[in-house]
Design a protein around this ligand. Structure first.
Ligand code: BGC
Length: 690
């Protein structure tokens, strides 16, 4: 292979040079047929296969990664990867640019819906399971964005300042788990700078740690950087593929090798790894016609399994029939996915109002007419804005909730049996969220919740709120008003059907929160060290200081004893569970916990179980509790039990000592708390580690 051919191989096929195809729009690798390297198609995204917008083909919009994380179920994550992998394979895609697995550090990050959790273990295990499902279909996973891409504002230049321990324990840990457990075929290096240097140009990070220490044997591709970085440094650091690629980058590589700036050996290694990727992917495959009914079934199941019941004061499950007053534009026009590269265009979206109607619940006709008219407007606006955002790379603004006159609400309360209000929040790549009218409810939303609850309660009738949201919103100030709150996230195309299945009790909710719902934004650790519209936070543009260190999410709340609205791991069920005392056995460096969970209620259900550890005091400063393992029972009939065996390698209890540069496991007595959420363990036990 000549130097020019090698340079050609490591630079993506420039968008301008190849005509748009139906098979994904993110990018392609250059074909080098003489060497048996076909062009590979790389497609987003994190909730299904993102096809070209102009293509007539459609793909399934799956629930977002928040929903997937809320299942706490690695088997379901593998099913999700498998379902996406099936469609990707049929569409001839070599590598999916998924899963997104950055840590959810702050509720305002615009891409949180593409990520799993505030906890690295939950993130890493679910990403690994998803990767596994995808790759078993013969489609590579490209896990992203490596690393510390936790905000969208100034995302390609911002310098993330974070200490070594926090980096290792929080922001790298999930990637480490995924790489070691599932061997993804690709990793995407992120846009941002990390402690003063672009992450994409860091040899110690990409080659030293990822390949060297963790044994990663796939390719590293850059996130879609065109002009910003130093091409030779990117290749030397360990990137094998510069995406989306430009002629200029090719010339720069040739020049860098010729002038001795870039060792040709670096290029050779990259070509060798690209050849390995090519043989893993095989020749482009698929018939271009996936059976989308398979995806729809998987999407509905996942949406139902990932939803979290946050409140239920005797309202749910609903009795069949009756009449419902459905409020909120999102009851009629669901937000199935986020925007940007995480957007998927499905063939259809199952709406909440249709699901009620199909099940024989009468809808209030005046509300239906009002909202359908408004939804039509919203939909046009949404499409328009989505096109705009594709061009500008900004997030999608959504039309605000419709103010509804109190007189109409009172009338409607008189003639219907109960009310459901759906509140929606979208977000997208390129733009972080704001506090006002986004994290917090708008005035129209606050009034709607208050007025509907007042009017219905005055008549002795109940009100449920369905949240169709990206990540986290403020709930503390209004959560006491409705009788029930069900969070379905951005649930994908089958969200309406799944929501109804949960409200009506056809499916018993078993999702648990993968991040904390704090009482207010300012309670989040490092809240001011995030770029948002607040006088105290103005400094976070050129750089963001991760001032909270390892105390991200619940690690902060439990350690500082800060009350929250709903803790990490929280979620209700229509049944109840009892835990036996846990027993522990330590053998060959692995602790095995054994316990039995019993369904003590009246309905079949599943229980997610978290194992949280309190380390012995002394030694390194540690959070009061940290998730060290988790499991999910199968569906248990009333009265049925399931025994869980949970393995925790002792070295997973270690913390990173910056002074020695080593992982250290403190000796002494550890307390293991067992239960769904971090704040209310069902049982605990002590184990001495010598
Ligand atoms: C995003 C990536 C995405 C890529 C290709 C970038 O702007 O950050 O997540 O995979 O575009 O669409």
């Amino acid at each position: 292979m000549s130097l020019r051919e090698k340079a050609r191989a490591v630079v993506g096929l420039q968008r301008e040079l190849f005509p748009p195809t139906n098979n994904g729009i993110a990018g392609r690798t250059a074909p080098l047929e003489r060497f048996g390297l076909p062009s590979l198609t790389l497609a987003d995204g994190t909730a299904g296969v993102r096809l070209s917008r102009t293509a007539p083909e459609r793909s399934t919009a799956f629930p977002d990664n928040n929903a997937l994380a809320a299942t706490w179920d690695t088997a379901l994550a593998t099913e999700a990867g498998d379902a996406v992998g099936y469609e990707a394979f049929e569409y001839g895609i070599g590598v999916m640019l998924a899963p997104g697995m950055n840590i959810i550090r702050n509720p305002l990050c615009g891409r949180n819906f593409e990520y799993f959790s505030e906890d690295p273990l939950l993130t890493g295990k679910l990403a690994a399971a998803y990767t596994d499902g995808l790759q078993r279909r013969g489609v590579g996973a490209c896990v992203k964005h490596f690393t510390c891409n936790n905000q969208e504002t100034n995302r390609s230049k911002v310098d993330i300042r974070v200490d070594a321990r926090t980096l290792k324990e929080i922001y790298l840990k999930g990637f480490e788990i995924c790489v070691k457990d599932a061997h993804p075929w690709a990793v995407m290096s992120s846009y941002n700078q990390l402690n003063g240097t672009p992450a994409q140009e860091q040899h110690p990070l990409l080659t030293g740690l990822l390949r060297g220490e963790w044994g990663f044997d796939g390719i590293i591709m850059t996130d879609w950087s065109i002009t910003r970085h130093n091409t030779a440094a990117q290749i030397h650091a360990g990137n094998d593929l510069l995406m989306p690629g430009s002629e200029r980058q090719m010339e720069e590589i040739v020049e860098a090798v010729q002038s001795g700036v870039l060792p040709e050996e670096d290029l050779d290694k990259a070509v060798e790894r690209l050849t390995r990727l090519s043989s893993r992917c095989g020749v482009p495959h698929g018939n271009g016609k996936p059976d989308l009914s398979r995806g729809a079934a998987a999407a509905e199941k996942l949406a139902a399994e990932g939803a979290v019941l946050l409140k239920n004061d005797g309202m749910l499950p609903l009795s069949p029939g009756g009449s419902v007053a459905l409020f909120g534009v999102r009851s009629y026009d669901l937000i199935p996915t986020g925007a940007g590269s995480g957007y998927v265009k499905p063939a259809s979206v199952a709406q909440i109002y249709t699901a009620f109607g199909n099940a024989g619940t009468a809808l209030d006709k005046d509300l239906e007419e009002l909202y359908l008219k408004y939804a039509a407007f919203t939909e046009t606006d949404y499409r328009l804005n989505e096109r705009v955002q594709i061009h500008l790379g900004i997030g999608v603004p959504f039309l605000p909730e419709l103010p509804v006159a109190r007189s109409l609400i009172d009338k409607v309360a008189g003639r219907n049996d109960f009310a459901v209000i759906t509140l929606g929040r979208g977000a997208g790549e390129g733009l972080d969220r704001s506090l006002k009218d986004d994290y917090e409810l708008s005035d129209a939303e606050k009034n709607l919740v208050k007025d509907v609850c007042e009017a219905f309660h005055a008549k002795g009738k109940k009100v449920a709120v369905v949240l169709n949201i990206t990540g986290i919103i403020e709930t503390d100030s209004w959560k006491d008003l409705p009788d029930a709150i069900l969070n379905i996230w951005l649930p994908g195309q089958e969200g309406g059907r799944a929501a109804f299945a949960l409200l009506s009790g056809k499916v018993n909710p078993s999702g648990r929160l993968p991040f904390t719902f704090a009482k207010g934004y300012e309670d989040y650790p490092g809240a001011m060290d995030f770029p948002f519209d607040h006088p105290k936070a103005g400094r976070n543009y050129d750089y963001t200081e991760y001032s909270e260190g390892i105390y991200v999410g619940y690690r902060h709340f439990v350690t500082r004893d800060t009350p929250v609205t709903w803790p990490f791991g929280y979620g209700l069920s229509y049944t109840s569970f009892a835990y036996s005392a846990a027993k522990a056995k330590l053998s060959k460096g692995v602790l095995t916990l054994r316990l039995t969970v019993t369904n003590t209620g009246q309905m079949s259900g599943k229980e997610a179980v978290g194992i949280y550890v309190t380390a012995p005091s002394g030694g390194l400063d540690k959070p009061v509790k940290e998730l060290k393992a988790f499991a999910k029972t199968g569906l248990m009939a009333p009265g049925a039990s399931e025994q869980l065996l949970i393995r925790i390698p002792v070295h997973d209890l270690a913390s990173f000592n910056e002074k020695t540069g080593q992982w250290e496991t403190a000796r002494g007595t550890y307390t293991f708390y067992v239960g769904a959420d971090v704040s209310s363990p069902a049982t605990s036990l002590k184990v001495k580690i010598r």
